[in-house]
Design a protein around this ligand. Structure first.
Ligand SMILES: CC(C)(COP(=O)(O)OP(=O)(O)OC[C@H]1O[C@@H](n2cnc3c(N)ncnc32)[C@H](O)[C@@H]1OP(=O)(O)O)[C@@H](O)C(=O)NCCC(=O)NCCS
Length: 183
């Protein structure tokens, strides 16, 4: 069972039942979902599907997206971890770090703390060669996290529309490898 303790957080695998309601509450917040996928909020059914997909990725790949729990209160603050980017064939063999916190948990350094621990896990413990971050160009909060992680800007790419209600947009690609991480 993979678990990581940081000074303020527990990163752990998902609890299908107990995490459903708090994650669905986070997924119902438009400002949280604005820069994720097509920008839509997710309901409880879609949230259950997301937890299932993340757990499958853990089982299949040996890495995945962690549930982020506050050590003090045991509250679920969000989801931070590793995933193979979907819908971008050029990145089908890459591993991306991703993050999402409930609105009430922003501005306290939790995303950076969890993402830093995720990079250490990916590059040092799991021996992955490099980790990318794919962030929408208007997503300033994520740009701030990427900068604090010391990731290097590579290029901008176009994310194609995922369906009729979606529009294509620009993603910024940043990356880091073990040498850069340890520098
Ligand atoms: C992206 C996201 C996770 C960033 O959250 P965040 O709270 O802004 O990021 P951090 O946790 O790193 O916190 C940043 C701020 O917390 C404060 N902070 C940092 N460390 C702190 C500490 N130890 N104690 C208290 N506050 C602290 C600082 O004000 C810091 O900002 P600064 O570095 O500019 O000074 C959040 O905006 C989010 O969930 N967005 C929606 C999901 C999303 O779009 N994800 C993108 C997928 S790639």
């Amino acid at each position: 069972m993979t678990e990581i303790h940081t000074p303020r957080l527990l990163l752990r695998r998902w609890h299908e039942i107990d995490d459903l309601h708090p994650l669905a509450e986070i997924h119902s917040q438009p400002e949280v979902m604005r820069f994720l996928g097509d920008g839509s909020v997710l309901d409880a059914d879609a949230t259950a599907g997301r937890i299932e997909e993340w757990e499958e990725e853990w089982d299949d790949e040996g890495f995945g997206v962690f549930a982020v729990e506050l050590l003090g209160s045991g509250e679920l603050a969000g989801a931070v971890g590793l995933t193979v980017p979907q819908g971008l064939p050029e990145y089908a063999h890459e591993v991306a770090v991703t993050w999402l916190l409930g609105r009430q948990f922003w501005g306290q350094g939790y995303a950076s703390e969890a993402a830093q621990a995720t990079l250490e896990y990916a590059l040092q413990d799991r021996g992955l060669e490099r980790i990318v971050a794919l962030t929408k160009s208007a997503d300033e909060a994520s740009a701030n996290v990427v900068r604090k992680l010391g990731m290097t800007f590579e290029k901008e790419i176009t994310r194609p529309a995922a369906g009729p209600s979606d529009a294509e947009d620009t993603l910024r690609v940043h990356a880091i490898d073990l040498t850069e991480y340890e520098a």
